[in-house]
Design a protein around this ligand. Structure first.
Ligand code: HEM
Length: 128
């Protein structure tokens, strides 16, 4: 249907779950990201699953539970440098591929995630 959301186009809940798993597996091993994340990535992965579901046009699971995302504010306790934004996006780019999300939707979603990641930067590289 011409009015399908990206969420529907990529295959819904199962695909989002595969993406989140593939993503946090990389975050937990990335030298620039590992230090600012908690040891146990399970809770943040659960919240990210809910957020990405709604970000991709699926049911508003995140807002139902936590209210308005206000992601920039929620990231303020963490030093998000340009280098870390780059690292986050490189993990996400690989995860989109591993999850089997195909072009052109992959490029479309990655572009939106790139804008959001840049918006999250709150610390210069040389200050962390
Ligand atoms: C939470 C890092 C970008 C979505 C977090 C947390 C960290 C983090 C450290 C907190 C983990 C904890 O609970 O202790 C980063 C870094 C980014 C980035 C380094 C690089 C730019 C993004 C982007 C999105 C996103 C682009 C969305 C597309 C989330 C969500 C949470 C979260 C939904 C959970 C918020 C909550 O409910 O507490 N992130 N993040 N992040 N991040 Fe990011």
């Amino acid at each position: 249907a011409p009015d399908q959301t990206p969420y529907e186009l990529i295959g819904g809940a199962e695909t989002v779950q595969r993406l989140v798993n593939a993503f946090y597996k990389r975050v937990g091993q990335h030298p620039d990201l590992k230090p600012i994340f908690p040891e146990d990535l399970t809770p943040v992965a659960r919240r990210q699953y809910k957020f990405l579901t709604q970000f991709f046009g699926g049911p508003p699971l995140y807002s139902q539970e936590y209210g308005p995302p206000m992601l920039r504010a929620r990231h303020m306790p963490f030093p998000i440098t340009p280098k870390r934004a780059w690292a986050w996006l490189s993990c996400m780019s690989e995860a989109l591929e591993e999850a089997g999300i195909e072009e052109p939707i992959r490029g479309f979603l990655f572009e939106r995630l790139t804008m959001t990641a840049h918006h999250m930067i709150n610390t210069p590289d040389d200050e962390e």
